[in-house]
Write a protein that binds this ligand. Structure first.
Ligand code: SF4
Length: 361
């Protein structure tokens, strides 16, 4: 397949492994931030191909996994209102809330629809003026621009029956929170390629300077990941500490300026709770005052609801790189993709699902 096979060839993979081995002299622990990278590392066995001096640990880059349980409960509550058409990306439907998930709500009669774009929710709102259309606005910096565009359009068109349940999270504050974790050994980050395509390199510069940790923007295919590891190891071995881009075919230094402008128009940074981790300051997006009419949490009077996470699920440790999925006592027994206890076992980007699907038992 064009643009995929080129990044999976066994001979270039061997070349990269040799190149990494040649420059490697010390032990390094590297976190791949993105869940898509985690999946391909486990799927293609990249961690097993790398020299044993390199330890890869998995980061918090699965947006479904980090969405807190009360957001799911809020989604289920809103979806169960008879006047509501609840719209969501498909991967949120099976994520467990404290009692049920959106699939169960749909089975019980709620009008829950899977969309590929938030702009489709605007179309539905125009076609159904007597219903309230709510979009479950989840994800990192990657999905926020499309939601911002939808909200801008809704305002422009004067659409009153559309709102968004906003649970967006931001990568750079999460990296800072991880670097502040006591007892965590971590030498560098492979930054997520898609997020970096939107935010550019600027979002990471402060972190490399403050924490003296190198960051390499990295793609998702096996050769992308190995190229990112190579650049990061080279920096570490040479004692450098910079933001570098190993995903130049997509991410530009300045990022996607139009997307940044749309997000900035609609959202502002706000404290946000991460599933299993807790509140990270300024790590999420909230609607600006001028767009609060589109805030589903306020419209349905759900501000302030908090719910305890299930104690058995150690997703918080996994998302901070402190434990691996197969160290969870429920892994593969009481928690499977068919009967998930926590979000990392549900999501296509979740580390627990990756370990389960590729047999790291
Ligand atoms: S295996 Fe299941 S219960 Fe354990 S951390 Fe992963 S999602 Fe949570």
């Amino acid at each position: 397949m064009k643009y995929v096979d080129e990044y999976r060839g066994s001979e270039p993979v061997r070349k990269y492994i040799r190149a990494i081995t040649d420059i490697l002299h010390r032990d390094w622990t590297i976190m791949e931030v993105c869940g898509g990278q985690t999946h391909n590392i486990i799927k293609f066995g990249i961690d097993t191909l790398l020299p044993s001096k390199i330890t890869l640990i998995h980061g918090p880059g699965c947006p479904v996994c980090v969405t807190p349980i009360e957001m799911l409960d809020k989604a289920v509550y809103i979806a169960s209102q008879s006047e509501v058409i609840f719209c969501s990306f498909g991967d949120m439907l099976r994520v467990p809330g404290s009692e049920k998930n959106l699939i169960t709500s749909r089975a019980e009669g709620a009008d829950v629809r899977i969309l590929y774009s938030p702009l489709d929710a605007i179309k539905i709102a125009r076609e159904s003026p007597d219903r309230k259309v709510v979009f479950f606005s989840v994800g990192f910096e990657t999905t926020a621009p499309a939601v911002a565009m939808a909200i801008i359009q809704a305002k422009k068109l004067g659409i009153k029956n559309f709102s968004a349940l906003v649970a967006h999270v931001l990568v750079p504050p999460a990296l800072e929170a991880i670097l502040s974790t006591p007892n965590l050994v971590l030498n560098g980050f492979l930054a997520p390629g898609h997020v970096s395509t939107v935010i550019g390199q600027g979002g990471y510069e402060r972190i490399t300077k403050k924490y003296r940790v190198p960051i390499v923007i990295t793609g998702f295919e096996p050769l992308d990941i190995l190229f990112g590891v190579y650049k990061l190891v080279k920096q570490l071995e040479e004692g450098r500490c910079e933001v570098e881009n190993a995903y130049g075919r997509s991410a530009r230094p300045e990022g996607n300026v139009l997307a940044q402008q749309a997000v900035d128009e609609v959202f502002e940074a706000a404290d946000r709770k991460w599933r299993g981790i807790g509140v990270i300051p300024k790590s999420g997006l909230a609607l600006r005052e001028s767009y609060r009419d589109f805030d589903a949490e306020s419209l349905f009077s759900l501000n302030g609801l908090t719910v305890e996470e299930p104690s058995e699920c150690i997703a918080g440790y996994i998302l901070q790189g402190l434990k691996k999925p197969n160290e969870c006592t429920a892994f593969g027994t009481r928690c499977t993709p068919q009967r998930p206890l926590g979000a990392p076992m549900v999501s296509s980007e979740g580390a627990c699902a990756a370990y389960f699907n590729y047999r790291r038992v």
